[in-house]
Design a protein around this ligand. Structure first.
Ligand code: OOG
Ligand code: MG
Length: 256
């Protein structure tokens, strides 16, 4: 096995066992292209288990997330059908390492998005938008990693909850984004916190995925990235994301 396959297998085992590993960068930094190769090899493990790629998630599209994690470049990870949590479901934290949640905007595409898509092309490709909650769970100890570590780890992808799909509003930058835990407001931001306009996250997704072997075909779901820092999940919580004009998405965590 070469380094790419070894790193992918190590991350896959960590995820399945729910046991954190040392970041690869503690030994030797992969380059960005190799990190995406590790991510792709990890997705191949999931496909071999019968999962299907349904879209992708963008990371570090807000200053809030860049500051929280100390990483300053946009990245993408891939979403599979097995990661989706039904809106309103109750989940168990068994098998997670140190899960967190964050409020996001999700797009569904009606057209393939070409690599060079600008904001107008991105808007034209949107079938619908919705409120999303992303559940992230780094496979690295202490949730600490370098840029290439987190790319290799599929951008900490773990789960996602989607609200009801609605037509895309004219101005996504004005949207008020809130994360509530147990009826208390815990995080608040706006659409503008996502690269000035969440549409720019789609533009970045098109460019990045084409450069690193991903694709954005019609039907894809794209999470635009969190507008706020993430919050730790704990047993017994009820989590709800609210976005003005878009609606809500929610889930609960089983009490221990
Ligand atoms: C990496 C994923 C970043 C976002 O919305 O910015 C991300 C992480 O924070 O572990 O999902
Ligand atoms: Mg996210």
């Amino acid at each position: 096995m070469d380094t790419i396959d070894t790193c992918a297998a190590t991350l896959d085992r960590a995820m399945l066992a729910g046991v954190a590993i040392e970041p690869f960068s503690a030994q030797e930094e992969l380059d960005v292209a190799d990190a995406y190769r590790v991510q792709q090899a990890g997705i191949a493990h999931r496909l071999a288990r019968g999962e299907r790629v349904v879209g992708l998630k963008m990371g570090f599209t807000s200053v809030a997330k860049m500051r929280q994690m100390g990483v300053a470049d946009q990245i993408f990870g891939q979403l599979t059908d097995a990661m989706q949590v039904a809106n309103g479901a109750t989940i168990s934290l068994d098998g997670y390492i140190h899960p967190r949640c964050e409020p996001e905007i999700a797009f569904q595409l009606k057209h393939d998005l070409p690599a060079a898509a600008d904001e107008a092309a991105a808007r034209a490709a949107i079938a619908a938008v919705t409120v999303a909650i992303e559940i992230i769970d780094s496979r690295y100890k202490q949730f600490r990693f370098s840029l290439t570590d987190v790319i290799a780890d599929n951008a900490s992808s773990s789960g996602f909850v989607l609200g009801r799909w609605v037509d895309c509003p004219d101005d996504l930058s004005q949207l008020a984004v809130e994360l509530h835990i147990d009826d208390g407001l815990r995080q608040a931001g706006t659409g503008a916190d996502i690269l000035g306009d969440p549409l720019r996250s789609l533009v970045a997704a098109a460019r990045l995925t084409s450069g690193f072997g991903g694709a954005l075909p019609a039907g894809s779901i794209v999470l635009a990235g969190a507008a706020t820092p993430a919050e730790a999940l704990a047993p017994g919580q009820r989590i709800e994301a609210r976005i003005s004009g878009l609606g809500t998405a929610a889930f609960a965590v089983r009490a221990r």
